[in-house]
Structure formats: C-alpha cells, structure tokens
Design a protein around this ligand. Structure first.
Ligand code: SAH
Ligand code: SF4
Length: 404
C-alpha cells in the first residue's frame, strides 16, 4: 500500500531557520552555512545557543547574554525561535491539559499532557497532520490533509507544554513532564527522520533531558522501520495490534495487508534492546463484538509468547460517524481477567481528562464541531455520559503502569 504524502500541503521553505528542530550537528552546520558564525567558533556557539534554547527555553536571542549584541542581531536575521500559536488550551479537573497548536495555515495538531502517568506526567505528541493509514476505528485516519511534522514542530509540542507547566530551566528533580508518548496524530514510522531528530533533541542531557527509556513510540506496524527506530532512538516500543488474526487485522488495520501478524511479530522479537526491563507495549482497542471475545484474549496470549510484553486494553473512543462501539465493560473485564491470569498486569486504565474530552483525534474534531457532545452521544448510542467507558475514554492507553 502506498503511503504517498500530499506534496501540495508541504510547508513552504521558511525564510528563517527554526533552531528548535536542529540537532547539535545540524545547528553547528546551520550556524556556519548561514555565515553568522565562523567555522572555528561553531562548536562553542552551538553549545551556548543549545543551552539557552533547550535548557532555558528562551525564545528571544537578546536574552543570550554570552553572545555579543551585534552577533545576536545577525542571529535574528537568519534564525527564529518562535513558538507556534496555541489555538486552544484546556485544563481538566484531573489536571489533564490539552493543546491545539497551529503550525501554519490550516495545519493544526494536538498534544495532551496527562499528570500522574509514567514517572510524573506524560505528554502525548503528534508526528503527522492526519494519517495515511486509515485504521477503520481511528478518527485521525479520516482527516484529509496529511503531512509530516518537522522535527521543530514535534519539539515545539514539548516546549509548549513546558511553557505552560513552567518547567524552564529544565528541572533536575520533581518534574511534572517526565514521559513522552508518540500516540497523537499520525504514524511516527512514516516520519522517522524527524521523529528521531526530535528524540535526539528532547533527550539531550543539556536540554530538556528526558530519558529515552521514558519516550515511547507507538506504531501500527511499519515493519521495515522497526529496527531503525530501535537503533536510532533507543525509544520504548508500542505496537497497535488490535487483532489476533490476519483476516480481522487486514480489515481494521489495513497496513496488515502489507506486513502481516507473523512478519510483525518476527520484527518485534528482533527489536534492538528488548528485555524484561524494556518490554514492548501491545495496544489493543476494545471494539464491541469485533475483537473482544475470550477466545481472542487467549489468542493474544499465545501470540505474545516469549516476547517481553505488557498489554494495554484501550476502551474504544467513539467519534461521530464511526461504525464501532466500545465493548461492554463486562467484556473488557473478562478479557482483562484472562490476560491477568496469564501473568500480564492489570491492563484496564481509568479514563483521564473526561470533562475536556482529552483524547488524541478528539481535540481537533471538537474545535471543528459545535455540538460535538450531542453528536458523540448519538454516535455511541450511549445516553449515560458518566458511564466508565462512555463520553471520552481518553488516554486509557497512556495511564499508569504502561509507561515506566
Ligand atoms: N499511528 C500510531 C500512533 C498514533 S495512534 C499507531 O497507530 O500506533 C495511538 C493509539 O491510539 C493507537 O494504538 C491507536 O490504535 C489508538 N486509537 C486510535 N483511535 C482510537 C480510538 N478511537 N479509540 C481508542 N484508541 C484509538
Ligand atoms: Fe494512523 Fe495510528 Fe490512526 Fe491507524 S491508528 S489511522 S496508524 S494514527
């Protein structure tokens, strides 16, 4: 299956280079190529700028006091540190924060911060605008516009959250934002170069300094890129499995027609650095009457045999027009009990940010639709908004336990 990008939607070459998305090497090269810094001073300048940008979070060259005034002016002619615009920001009663961020005209992505997940709190980031893969249960797959986010746009999502949390300069201890999950919009492995650069930048010790072991990349199973993901990023791996046989997975995760379950499992077993301390997370969305039978729970256990794994059951998060419903709570519990008995930790998580509908794919649609809550209620045919698996079911896949 081709995953062609809509080239007409590519960003125009910006007049100013955004420093945010440059790795150390990239920054050094850009400083020299722009003519702003002499080759022999490039490393020192790079280190200075790096610290101001990634440790202190500065967006103003004039605050960089160890760089001469006239050189700061040259920086401003060639480079930018501007943050993207936050179109919408909401804070839930449980502390979940969601952001709708405008990267350019018509280019809006969302990220969500969830406290008390992972070590302290996790930020769910997007890697693309839209997605080419069309998983049948996923709202992102229905969006028309698709393009890769640049490394700068991925890092910017982390910066925006840290601006909002007041986490500059990078705190050594007591961080609120401790984990990153690439579980927002898009397929990260179709944008591996930018995702890998962004991970290099946010994990750099003299910057945002997030441990690579607290960065999780979720993929629908782009088999040829798995090894490169492990080698280039040393990130934790999450696999959106959702089905235990090819017939069903072909239908709900169409990428399976290209890389079937057997091929995918072989690639996962070969994922660099896999161990009991670095387990793969398998995501499994609970779709009523589709993939939620006890037989499928047993098939899942069989499939994962020998792989250091944890499983996350994601209650399906309905969206207007979807053909699916979330599994009944008893079906989810039965499914979970079978997994528990086989030694997998309790995989059902409490929905978060329910009052602000903080789910990936949800925020953007909310901003587009006026009476979304009414529409959603109709779509899921669930009159009780307060039921455990009604309304938003946000980030069940992110909650505590799944992320170390
Ligand atoms: N494209 C990547 C990462 C983004 S999706 C991937 O597919 O893994 C992050 C997770 O949310 C995936 O497991 C995805 O299958 C799941 N997801 C997508 N839509 C959902 C929905 N409506 N309800 C519940 N989970 C959903
Ligand atoms: Fe894309 Fe992931 Fe949604 Fe599938 S689940 S359409 S791969 S974002």
């Amino acid at each position: 299956m081709a995953h062609t990008l809509d080239l007409s939607a590519k960003p125009a070459t910006p007049a100013l280079i955004n420093i945010t998305g440059l790795t150390r090497d990239g920054l050094m090269r850009a400083l020299v190529d722009s003519g702003v810094v002499e080759e022999r001073k490039a490393k020192m300048r790079m280190q200075q700028v790096w610290r101001w940008v990634h440790h202190y979070g500065f967006t103003d060259f004039d605050l960089m006091t160890d760089i001469a005034k006239d050189q700061r002016a040259l920086f401003k002619d060639k480079f930018t540190l501007a943050r993207p615009e936050i179109v919408e920001r909401q804070i839930s009663r449980d502390g979940t924060r969601k952001y709708l961020i405008r990267m350019g005209p018509g280019i809006e992505v969302e990220s969500v911060f969830i406290p008390s997940v992972g070590r302290a709190g996790a930020l769910c980031v997007s890697s693309q605008v839209g997605c080419t893969l069309n998983c049948t249960f996923c709202h992102t797959g229905t969006q028309k516009l698709v393009r890769n986010l640049t490394a700068a746009e991925i890092v910017a999502q982390v910066q925006v959250a840290r601006d909002d949390l007041g986490e500059w300069p990078s705190p050594k201890e007591d961080r609120q934002l401790s984990n990153i999950v690439f579980m927002g919009m898009g397929e990260p492995l179709y944008n591996l170069d930018n995702v890998a650069d962004a991970i290099d930048i946010i994990s750099d010790n003299e910057g945002i300094a997030l441990s690579r072991r607290r960065i999780t990349v979720s993929t629908s199973g782009v088999v040829p890129e798995l090894e490169a993901l492990g080698n280039r990023t040393a990130a934790m791996l999450a696999i959106s499995l959702h089905a235990t046989n090819d017939t069903l997975r072909d239908e709900i995760v169409p990428l399976n027609k290209k890389y079937n379950i057997e091929t995918l499992m072989a690639a996962i077993r070969a994922y660099p650095g896999l161990s009991n301390a670095r387990r793969v997370t398998f995501e499994y969305v609970m779709l009523k009457g589709v993939n939620d039978s006890p037989a499928e729970a047993r098939a899942l256990i069989k499939l994962l045999k020998g792989i250091p794994a944890k499983i996350n059951l994601i209650p399906f998060n309905p969206w207007p027009g979807t053909q699916y419903q979330c599994s009944d709570w008893t079906a989810i519990e039965t499914f979970a009990a079978i997994l528990n008995k086989a030694g997998y930790a309790s995989p059902i998580r409490t929905p978060r940010g329910r009052d602000i509908l903080a789910a990936c794919g949800q925020l953007k649609s909310e901003s587009e639709k006026k009476r979304a809550s009414t529409i959603r209620r109709e779509a899921q045919n669930a009159p009780n908004e307060d039921s455990d698996h009604g309304e938003s079911l946000p980030f069940a896949h992110l909650a505590a336990g799944m992320i170390d």
